[in-house]
Design a binder for this molecule. Sequence first.
Ligand SMILES: Nc1ncnc2c1ncn2[C@@H]1O[C@H](COP(=O)(O)OP(=O)(O)OP(=O)(O)O)[C@@H](O)[C@H]1O
Length: 373
Amino acid sequence: MALCKVAFIEYLTRCHLNEGKFGTPLEYKKMQSFLKNTWNSINPLISSLLNNELIVLKDEQYKVLQLLGEGGYAFVYLVENVNSGEKFALKKIKCHSGREGVQKALIEAKFHEEFNHANLLKSIHVQLQKEVDGVQYVYIMFPFFQKGTVAQIVQSQHKKNTFIPKRIILSWSLCLLQALKYLHNGGEDSASEDAVDTTNLIDLQLENKPMKKKRTNSYLHGDVKPENLLLSDDMRNAVLTDFGSICRIPSIISNNSEAISFEDKASENCTMPYRAPELFHVRPGSIITEKADIWSFGCTLYTIMFGYTPFEKQVSQGGSLALAVCNAQYSFPSENPYEPRLSNLVCACLQLNPEQRPYADDLIHAIKGIMNG
Ligand SMILES: Nc1ncnc2c1ncn2[C@@H]1O[C@H](COP(=O)(O)OP(=O)(O)OP(=O)(O)O)[C@@H](O)[C@H]1O
């Protein structure tokens, strides 16, 4: 790329000089400097088109091979270490709105660093970097999951009109519920003890200062869906990712402005077909709990079973998705190859009253029961 840069600048400069427009050495220099700036601004575009952008992280060079996924503010790339040839997934988060944007991205990175559970995606390293466009980016490097996500398998199976085997569904569900149990218990496997304190994260150095821990709340993942479940190589295990929507729970909504702010965050972070009804209309005096994730788990389970989300049939018949969710209007297709115990799990999760929904632990027990016959 460096050679391209030199050739690009030299070629264009000479073209202009040959046209007789920039004859003097000063004009030549000015032209070169203008072209250098132009190069710097179009370089990322050319690089991504050529698919060979180089990124330097912790003194190691990585070649960008492919775009794996993109969301509102982030891109996830498949990258290769130039020296070792090892492949990784690299999430590049664009930090909007200055300090607040940086803090949000760093909190996401910290969760990936601090949570320690086999079914939650752990980062390899994190870097905050200001780029030529003046925008700050947070880079999070992860192990690369070459089998992709549960969503990709669900899509391809249902396109072929085949259903995912029950034992695979149970295995993925167990992985997801174990991850949720850990989060709901405050970053611990059992009862809530120490948990990640993110209150002053912006002032923390990423590298040498381990995060201060204190006894605190539990966490809501806030965006549980098949797209956020990465598959192990044997495709039996699933690992939950995308911690950009994690928030503390219970979240007590004391007044109208808190209600509006929570609702806005939910609509920004939680994918609509999987969003719990209590997040569509957050009311002052309400308490948001881990049960919002349980609703999303129910939607995820339904989607894995049938290849589409539970409320989208209403939309295809002209209804509104929000209305269907808030009235829990869904039904099971007539072609349902699964035993009733699996559908009953969905029904238990998709209850309008969050208190009536089971906890992750209850669901784990139920699933183990189904697994054992
Ligand atoms: N470690 C990984 N290995 C392989 N693919 C990955 C990995 N991490 C993420 N991906 C892919 O990138 C996609 C987006 O990742 P992620 O959800 O973290 O980004 P996001 O920008 O927050 O997305 P969204 O806003 O849609 O939730 C995933 O759905 C998956 O397809």
